[in-house]
Ligand binder design. Structure first.
Ligand code: Q9C
Ligand code: ZN
Length: 660
């Protein structure tokens, strides 16, 4: 496809072999130095400066990336296209700026607007910015390009129908969206998703498509109760659109600064991506401000180039990858250049750059995401489910417990438990930063990672008897067991076995268990106290093996493609120490960290705190252990050298007879 009259970068085929059989994606770029002529009238410094687009362009050239793109010349927007979203008065006024002979006249106009400067180059730049976005959008919609990036200024998303504001004269993205929908029915674009990741709310775009269900507008921005620019309620999550457009406007209003990759990706994973899947856009227009980037002087957020690349990559799954990026804000020259480069590399389909973020979303982030989901779930059913406790507690600064299982069976509601646990695994897989940031790694790799980490599994029930515990590692069946264990995928024996005493209460409850017959099974109170003691046998095993023990105890397959208890979970229980209601409806809803031994975390599995309350109140019966079960415990304590047989019996009797 010839780009007549346009400089065309070298079209890179499949030279590097990375895209076997497929040629590289055709990425359009617009850059035009003319847009640098828009500047402050007296040469004062201003964050929205001409160098912004220059540094981006230079970065793409230096990285050898622009050479692999189709470089398009800019073009001027047509008045009638501008007038499909702006008033004629506004278009005429912006046009007239160039004919004003003196800056003071322009200055008078600029003063009527909020956060606008004007000079002799402003009008032409505004026309070129809007026209260039239209041009790239047209070529992407036609299929002449796969996607593109219009490196334009002035930015556009604050500009309203009859008003320039926030450094924006024309609403470039809105003009392009309206052009596709209203001027080019031949291109078949019926649904447009506009994603606005500029740190400021895209108030102009929101208003222009407020009642239009053909345009789904999504904006994530600092809001802070309406105190952040552009101040007011427009960016609130309650602003969902009206009339036929109701539900087609989605605001994610951050309640604080400092948001980073984890926060943005959480909004992606739990709002934007599921909605995009339902909406199924024909094309995506991206208001790509880079003022949420780390280092931005106005934004105060911390998104990295890597974060932007992951957000963009996730959007490429939709609309056959038809994405049109248009620069909006972004005021740290280095940040916007690097972020832009990372994005163009994603557009080109390059291998994902490396990066990671150990951080979790802020608590305020989860609050906002939950509020948005709740407000919009009537329109987007995929938002209806409550986020899992595991996910949103990742940042909770209080003690925590995770997942479930125990030292024994989960007879009642076994299926409920299994369902929930498999859901947790799935959510965990999609939702934790650890996984998010390994975009191209597959889930099967979890075993290798977890095999590198050792933990102490602290048993207080039948697993204190080593032969019984080894069934979970090596497979098999010993006295009193009704079925054979498959064992762990890694059948190496524990690296070490030690005994320790913990200041927790041991008790027995439940009516009966399948494995051991009539009578209770052992629990230890997740809360410590200074009177009671539980003797535990600690097995040093890998975190991979620990997962397999968990799975077997819960009747789950050990060949799951995601761990039940992953590194993030381990980090949580390690750092936060102990307890949180696991909210799992199972006998053994907690993995509790009891401390460390040789610098290795000690993990046990017991019931939730709410279950303890039910035992205490009598809602769940306390019961002496089944005989076979008690004998297994005693055997474990004796053969482990912890107690004589009499002492072991006395220890069990004491736990049985003392009231909770
Ligand atoms: N107290 C864009 O990023 N700040 N515009 C004005 C007045 C204006 C940002 C502060 C920020 C506008 C496209
Ligand atoms: Zn901005």
């Amino acid at each position: 496809m010839a780009m007549a009259g346009e400089s065309s970068g070298k079209k890179c085929g499949d030279g590097d072999g990375k895209f076997a059989g497929k040629s590289q994606r055709k990425v359009g770029l617009v850059y035009d130095e003319t847009m640098c002529k828009h500047d402050t009238p007296d040469g004062e410094d201003h964050p929205e400066c001409p160098d912004r687009i220059r540094v981006i362009w230079e970065k793409l050239q230096l990285a050898g990336v622009s050479q692999r793109c189709v470089v398009l010349g800019s073009s001027k927007a047509e008045d009638r296209h501008l007038q499909s979203v702006h008033t004629k008065d506004h278009v005429d006024l912006v046009k007239s700026l160039s004919t004003k002979e003196r800056d003071y006249r322009r200055h008078r106009i600029a003063l009527q607007w909020n956060s606008i400067y004007l000079n002799g180059g402003s009008s032409e730049a505004a026309y070129l910015a809007a026209g260039s976005v239209v041009k790239v959008a047209e070529k992407v919609a036609e299929g002449e390009l796969d996607c593109g990036y219009a490196i334009v200024r002035p930015p556009g998303h604050h500009a309203e129908a009859d008003e320039a504001m926030g450094f924006c004269l024309f609403n470039n993205i809105a003009v392009a969206a309206s052009y596709l929908l209203n001027e080019r029915p031949d291109l078949g674009v019926k649904k447009i998703l506009i994603v606005d990741w500029d740190v400021h709310h895209g108030n102009g775009t929101q208003k222009m498509f407020w009642e239009d269900p053909r345009v789904l507008f999504f904006s994530v921005h600092r809001h802070e109760s309406g105190s952040f620019y552009p101040a007011g309620d427009d960016g609130d999550y309650n602003m969902v659109g009206e009339g036929p457009g109701e539900g087609f406007n989605i605001n994610v209003p951050w309640d604080q600064g400092r948001c980073g990759d984890a926060d943005y990706l959480a909004a992606w994973d739990h709002i934007l991506i599921p909605v995009a899947r339902e909406f199924n856009p024909d094309i995506i227009l991206l208001s790509a401000g880079f003022d949420a980037a780390i280092g931005d002087p106005l934004g105060g957020c911390r998104v990295t180039p890597y974060g932007y690349s992951v957000m963009l990559k996730k959007l490429m799954e939709f609309a056959h990858g038809k994405i049109v990026m248009a620069l909006e804000g972004g005021y740290n020259l280095d940040s916007i250049a690097k972020s832009s480069l990372a994005c163009v590399q994603v557009l080109l389909g390059d291998k994902q750059i490396h990066g990671s973020s150990e951080e979790y979303p802020f608590e305020s982030t989860w609050r906002v995401i939950q509020a948005v989901r709740k407000r919009l779930c009537a329109y987007w059913p995929s938002l209806a489910d409550e986020l899992s406790w595991k996910l949103i507690n990742q940042k909770t600064p209080t003690p925590i417990i995770l997942i479930s299982s125990s030292d024994s069976e989960n007879e009642d509601d076994a299926h409920g438990l299994l369902d929930q646990m498999s859901k947790l695994s799935i959510e965990n897989h999609q939702g934790t930063p650890l996984e998010n940031h390994q975009v191209d790694t597959v889930s099967t790799s979890w075993r290798a990672d977890l095999a590198k980490v050792d933990v102490w599994y602290a048993s207080f029930g039948s697993n204190m008897w080593k032969p019984r515990f080894l069934c979970y590692i090596q497979g098999g069946q010993v006295d009193g067991m009704k079925k054979t264990c498959v064992g762990s995928m890694d059948k190496s024996p524990p690296k070490d076995i030690v005994w320790e005493t913990f200041p927790h209460r041991l008790f027995f409850g439940r009516e009966s268990s399948v494995s051991w017959g009539v009578g209770g099974v052992a629990f230890t109170n997740p809360l410590a106290n200074f009177i009671d003691q539980t003797h535990m046998c600690l097995y040093r095993i890998t975190l991979e093996q620990f997962n397999d023990v968990l799975s077997q105890e819960n009747g789950l397959n050990v060949d799951s493609d995601s761990p039940v208890f992953d590194l993030a979970a381990l980090q949580l229980v390690e750092n936060k120490g102990s307890i949180l209601e696991a909210a799992l409806n199972s006998w053994y809803g907690n993995v509790v960290c009891l401390g460390k031994e040789s610098d290795i975390p000690i993990l046990t599995m017991t019931c939730t705190l709410s279950a303890v309350e039910k035992f205490t109140s009598g809602e769940i019966p306390l019961r002496p252990p089944a005989e076979a079960y008690a004998n297994t415990l005693i055997r474990g304590l004796v053969e482990g050298g912890r107690f004589s047989e009499e002492e072991a019996k006395a220890y069990i009797d004491n736990a049985v007879s003392k009231p909770l």
